[in-house]
Design a binder for this molecule. Structure first.
Ligand SMILES: C[S@@+](CC[C@H](N)C(=O)[O-])C[C@H]1O[C@@H](n2cnc3c(N)ncnc32)[C@H](O)[C@@H]1O
Length: 393
């Protein structure tokens, strides 16, 4: 069985750090607790838990809101790059990385002796390569591609933590969004936004302005309990020596069995642009959830909103990347009218990065959930749309 340096010394489970986008920690925490993992520490963009390399299989497969799953290999102190090289050379890399394999080094560095973190990556790469060549007579290749073994260094002051990035490519790359369209929402952010609404697959999910379909697709995946990582056939942990492939295959097979085939509610996704709807359909087909989503090309205000209850969620442009503010004012005002006229009995949501535009909706938000879309501070605004007679269903 694969063991980390710490485990070799009998410490048992290792620390696992799961990174996420700023603002997503509460949702990641909820997911971790639900999966039965302890929450050992929290930061604005990550949560520490504990487990083995096999636990990282589950985390990579199930987590919808996490970005990367990092497994701690070793901690040490290093005041400068030479000390870093010495410490890195002490790790038995030959036990983890094949001499004919490939690895990438990534790092986050805040040390007064270092001006360029690329230099640190080269130092780490040299230590790993020199050690493996000495022990095995051959050296692995290395480079910037993160699709095989990824070694991650976190160096702050004198303290270094060396991790395996067991995700390799970030978990937001689920593998279904072949056509991104304009201003798409990151998959992990969309999953967190859905989690924030509390939608659980038992009521309708209406998504006008669907763009590339990220919200609708993430809702469908969650609604049928399909694991977020099931479409991916490559994770960093698969490239480490001693990878227990049969265990991974068993886990995937079990997860596939547990997913439902159908939903007891409707997911409706629309956009005014035909090519956006076509892209969303293709993305949904890649994700295997095309049959769960009803797509249509129309203005948001013409979106079918069935009787009964559910949520209606829109991610309109907010003037950062697309759309001019004055035109958008009318769009936001129109969304308020659409909510009032067609969505009574539903809970309405707007995800936006422009709170001035959001004021044009003309409804009082009951809840405002903070998020970040890259560097842009955003809000998920929740509106209670009280029951009453509805026209134009
Ligand atoms: C910010 S994008 C949505 C991105 C989406 N969340 C995704 O992940 O791809 C906004 C979308 O609203 C659509 N849109 C703009 N005006 C519209 C209107 N009047 N009716 C319907 N859709 C509209 C655009 O075509 C665009 O796809």
């Amino acid at each position: 069985m694969y063991q980390t340096e710490k485990e070799n010394r009998g410490v048992g489970k290792s620390r696992i750090l799961i990174t996420c986008a700023k603002g997503i920690t509460p949702f990641l925490k909820e997911e971790l607790l639900h999966l039965g993992f302890p929450v050992l520490a929290e930061t604005v963009a990550g949560i520490a838990t504990g487990g083995t390399i096999e636990d990282t299989f589950r985390l990579n497969l199930f987590l919808r809101t996490g970005h990367r799953v990092l497994l701690l290999l070793k901690e040490f102190t290093a005041p400068d790059a030479d000390a870093l090289y010495q410490e890195m050379s002490k790790i038995a890399w030959e036990n983890y990385i094949r001499e004919d394999g490939y690895f990438c080094v990534t790092s986050s560095v805040d040390n007064p002796s270092i001006r360029d973190s690329r230099y640190v990556n080269v130092k780490c790469k040299d230590a790993i390569v020199d050690r493996i060549r000495e022990k095995r007579g051959k050296r692995p290749d290395s480079g910037p591609d993160q699709d095989r073994v990824v070694v991650n260094l976190y160096w702050k002051g004198d303290s270094c933590s060396v991790y395996f990035d067991t995700s390799g490519e970030p978990l937001s790359r689920r593998g279904y969004r072949k056509i991104p369209m304009t201003a798409p929402m990151q998959e992990t952010l969309a999953a967190a936004v859905i989690q924030a609404t509390g939608w659980n697959g038992t009521s309708h999910f209406i998504n006008p302005m669907c763009g590339s379909g990220t919200l609708a697709i993430e809702a469908a995946l969650a609604g049928v309990n399909r694991a977020a990582g099931i479409l991916r056939n490559n994770f960093g942990f698969m490239h480490l020596k001693g990878f227990r492939e049969s265990l991974w295959n068993d886990l995937r097979a079990q997860v596939k069995k547990e997913a439902k085939k159908t939903l007891n509610c409707r997911i409706i996704a629309t956009d005014i642009r035909k090519n956006a709807v076509e892209a969303a359909k293709k993305n949904a087909a890649t994700a295997g959830v095309e049959h769960l989503i009803e797509f249509a090309v129309c203005d948001y205000s013409e979106t079918t909103v069935p009787d009964e209850r559910g949520i209606v969620i829109l991610n309109p442009e907010y003037g950062e990347r697309m759309g001019k503010i004055s035109e958008l004012e009318n769009v936001y005002k129109g969304i308020g009218d659409f909510f009032k006229q067609k969505c009574r009995g539903y809970t309405g949501y707007i995800f936006t990065g422009n709170l001035d535009l959001a004021k044009k909706v003309g409804l009082r938000a009951k809840r405002r959930v903070p998020f970040f879309n890259g560097p842009i501070e955003c809000r998920l605004l929740e509106y209670e749309l009280y029951e009453g007679s509805r026209k134009n269903k």
